[in-house]
Design a protein around this ligand. Structure first.
Ligand code: FMN
Length: 248
């Protein structure tokens, strides 16, 4: 909700265009550490407005319709000199990136001995044969926040984990904890993994994705130790099912 004071041409925008940032100067054209301000501005946008991009664009339209020279959010710097730049950044960050022509699937996996990795590669090849643009990400190599951001933007996701000590491994949980429950609703998802004797990881991934409201396909796919030919065929078939759950 915004409040507008026509006399001073000031919009009071609550969280909008704000950030958690404080230094001795409160006007944007007087601040001493513009890089720190810019970083706080971006971070606040990502955390608070990232899931609500269409509403950000609507908010910008409301401001555009008024004669505004100053924006005073509830917290952070008061904007006047950098106001247009701040608005442009919000517009840029909120405008959907042009979607690649192909639908995109992220397959992120953790594998100590390579068996879950074998399943991941087989799933990727099968999804590619369905016409998807597939990116395979080894969780031990790519940073969790980058993987989560890619999943948040993708059309479908498959997550693989081995089972270690009756659990999915920590890097997998790190990613699961970073996924948005808002952006990913109804996004097709699957889970797979190699296990030894109890195999809890796949069910745990399924439960987490389900609670985030992904469209989880089936029960996930588990293989005891090294996947044989039949197990790899089952993974390929499962990947085709996940790919087929993408709308349009
Ligand atoms: C330290 C350790 C703990 C394990 N704990 C479990 C477990 O609790 N339950 C289970 O089903 N398998 C367990 N396993 C077996 C692995 O899940 C199994 O070796 C699996 O094939 C590894 O897959 P990967 O090659 O993708 O890492 C454990 C293996 C190790 C080395």
């Amino acid at each position: 909700m915004f409040t507008y004071d026509a006399e001073t041409k000031t919009a009071f925008t609550c969280d909008f265009l704000g950030e958690h940032y404080c230094e001795s100067r409160i006007w944007d054209d007087k601040i001493l550490y513009p890089e720190k301000f810019a970083s706080a501005f971006r971070h606040y946008y990502d955390c608070i407005f990232g899931p609500f991009k269409p509403y950000v664009l609507e908010g910008l339209k409301k401001l555009e319709a008024l004669d505004i020279t100053t924006v005073a959010p509830s917290h952070g710097v008061i904007l006047r000199g950098r106001l247009r730049e701040a608005e442009e950044n919000y517009r840029l960050w909120s405008t959907p990136a042009k979607k690649p022509p192909k639908k995109r699937m992220i397959i992120a996996y953790a594998s100590a001995y390579g068996y879950t990795g074998m399943m991941a590669r087989t799933a990727g090849e099968a999804a590619e044969k369905c016409g998807l643009d597939v990116e395979l990400l080894d969780i031990s190599v790519s940073p969790a926040d980058e993987i989560a951001a890619k999943i948040n933007e993708a059309d479908a996701v498959m997550i693989g984990s081995n089972t270690i000590n009756r659990d999915a491994v920590k890097p997998v949980w790190d990613i699961l904890s970073l996924l948005s429950g808002i952006n990913n609703q109804k996004k097709p998802a699957g889970a797979f993994g190699s296990f030894g004797w109890s195999g809890e990881a796949v069910g745990m991934i399924k439960d987490r994705l389900h609670s985030l409201r992904f469209k989880f396909v089936g029960d996930g796919l588990r293989t005891a130790f090294r996947p044989d030919k039949a197990a790899l065929e089952a993974v390929a078939e499962y990947a085709v099912q996940v790919a087929g759950a993408i709308d349009g």
